[in-house]
Design a protein around this ligand. Structure first.
Ligand code: BES
Ligand code: MN
Ligand code: ZN
Length: 501
């Protein structure tokens, strides 16, 4: 939408934005800006409903004296009582679309009085607005357009904001959106380009650019380290599996807490054909996005290294493979034994995500001394059936970690809904021939089966949160700041989670 967005404290702007709550007129501050009554008149038009994200445009009469801008936009902020900083994500995105449509290049937000009226923090409002505008400006949907599609001209945008806290928030929000947009661009990259080695190269590039440490385990190293899930799931593909490890170490300031790292794990299936349990009826289309857990973790590491800079170390593990078919493919009936000793009967090669995540979870518990683990995975179609694209399925039996994830969800607008765990679900995963199976052939509680399976690879004392993002990693239509396509779900949530550490 915009080629670049700049934030400025001073200067004139072509467009002025004021807010209007549902069922209310313009407030005194907005009326003071109204040079000739045209703004108030516009706010009384029937289309000025004040509903969140509804934008009404007007302009001062030609030659009006002291008009603060050449165009006015009144943006609906919803009911005053339900306004929260996160509302600004939607409001700013709506305004951004109108600005781009009108080819305007500078805008000034005069919303301080609205934030005050709703008792909302100006900095948090600024951050959400920055996220909204930044997410709106993602252009990765065009990355693979060729010579047959004309290149649209994208304008630059300057946001003039005189309130220092709103401005600080804007800067932070724009930066977080950039991290989320990195994730979205990777998600968008097709599987013939975004291979396992491509993902490893992306991680190395990120590490070089931001001072993270990166190591990639592949080939013999996977065998030495007994990363059996990766080895087997990745066997059939010419694109070889790997475990990508990124590490953030706080610099300059001594880590205040015990230096146990937070560990972030991402399912990074560069393509999921289902393997020999092949996906049918076009169920494969879109499976380039089966790497989105890992893409979100990469995006989060970008934010952690460039914006959040927590005092706690952070380790990222991307379990990266392509689930393909060949005479070398792993099969239903194979039995895999993991480095923690747990044996797994493969009943369905399409339940591959949990097999590679199990490696990363074992590794994290044994080698990283984690303060806690959060994993993100496009794990089950079942969670899409259960929660749609509105909530991510969350499994977390640790009250403290769950509380913190829920807080981060609230701050980022990336909603989570807790699903249950119980020993009966773990029983469902028992196998007659091995310890457990990777998928119970009855269709019961699929998303929970996935989490129950993973729980066999997490040491009981380690706080752990599993996020099944299969419903939320992609949008089917324009929603708030998103277009149809990848949402970068989890990047901003993880950034907020690490924010106070
Ligand atoms: N990657 C899929 C899950 C998925 C489905 C993500 C739809 C996004 C949209 C996963 O590997 C898978 O195939 N899951 C199976 C599990 C089953 C075989 C136990 C599923 O959900 O059907
Ligand atoms: Mn699968
Ligand atoms: Zn998958």
């Amino acid at each position: 939408m915009f080629q670049s967005i700049r934030v400025s404290a001073k200067g004139g702007a072509q467009a002025l934005v004021v807010g209007q709550f549902k069922g209310e007129g313009l407030d005194a501050a907005a009326r003071r800006l109204d040079a000739d009554g045209s703004l108030v008149a516009a706010s009384r038009r029937p289309d000025a409903t004040g509903e969140l994200g509804v934008v009404v445009e007007s302009a001062p009469a030609p030659g009006a004296k002291k008009a603060p801008a050449e165009r006015y936009f009144i943006v609906g902020l919803g009911e005053r009582g339900s306004f929260a900083p996160g509302s600004m994500r939607t409001a700013a995105a709506s305004v951004g679309r109108r600005l781009a449509g009108a080819k305007l290049t500078s805008v000034s937000f005069a919303l301080g009085s609205s934030f005050d009226a709703a008792k909302a923090d100006a900095e948090e409002c600024g951050a959400a607005a920055g996220e909204g505008l930044g997410l709106l400006s993602w252009d990765g949907d065009r990355a693979f357009k060729g010579s047959a599609t004309p290149d649209p001209k994208r304008g630059r945008l300057t946001i003039v904001a005189d309130d220092a806290r709103f401005r600080a928030g804007l800067g932070e929000g724009l930066a977080l959106a950039e991290s989320a947009n990195l994730c979205r661009t990777l998600s968008q990259t097709p599987p013939n380009i975004a291979t396992t080695s491509f993902m490893a190269a992306q991680a190395r590039k990120l590490a070089r650019a931001t001072g993270l440490r990166c190591t990639v385990l592949e080939g013999d190293a996977l065998v030495r380290e007994k990363l059996t899930g990766l080895i087997n799931v990745g066997k059939a593909s010419e694109n070889k599996p790997c475990l990508i490890r990124l590490e953030y170490r706080p610099r300059g300031k001594p880590p205040a807490r015990a230096s146990k790292p937070a560990v972030l794990i991402g399912k990074t299936m560069t393509y999921d054909t289902g393997g020999l349990s092949l996906k049918i009826n076009n169920g494969m289309v879109g499976m380039k996005r089966d790497k989105d857990g890992g893409c979100a973790v990469l995006g989060a590491m970008h934010a952690i290294a460039t914006v959040v800079k927590p005092r706690r170390p952070v380790v990222a593990l991307l379990a990266c493979a392509e689930n393909s078919i060949s005479d070398e493919a792993y099969r239903p009936d194979d039995i895999l034994t993991y480095r923690n000793g747990v044996s797994v009967e493969v009943t369905n090669t399409d339940a591959e995500g949990r097999l590679v995540l199990a490696d990363a979870l074992c590794w994290a518990c044994e080698k990283e001394n984690p303060a806690y683990i959060v994993d993100l995975a496009t794990l089950t179609g079942g969670v899409v059936v259960a929660l749609g694209s509105t909530f991510c399925g969350m499994f977390c039996e640790d009250d403290k970690l769950r509380g913190r994830v829920e807080e981060a969800a609230k701050a980022s607008g990336e909603r989570v809904w807790r699903l249950p765990m119980h020993d009966e679900y773990r029983e469902l995963m028992k196998s007659p021939v091995a310890d457990i199976l990777n998928s119970n052939p009855n269709r019961k509680a699929h998303p929970i089966q996935g989490a129950a399976f993973l729980s066999y690879f997490v040491e009981p004392k380690v706080p752990w949160c599993h996020l099944d993002i299969a419903g939320v990693h992609v949008a089917e239509k324009i929603t708030g700041p998103f277009i149809e396509g990848p949402t970068g779900w989890g990047v901003r949530l993880l950034a907020r989670l690490l924010e106070d550490e």
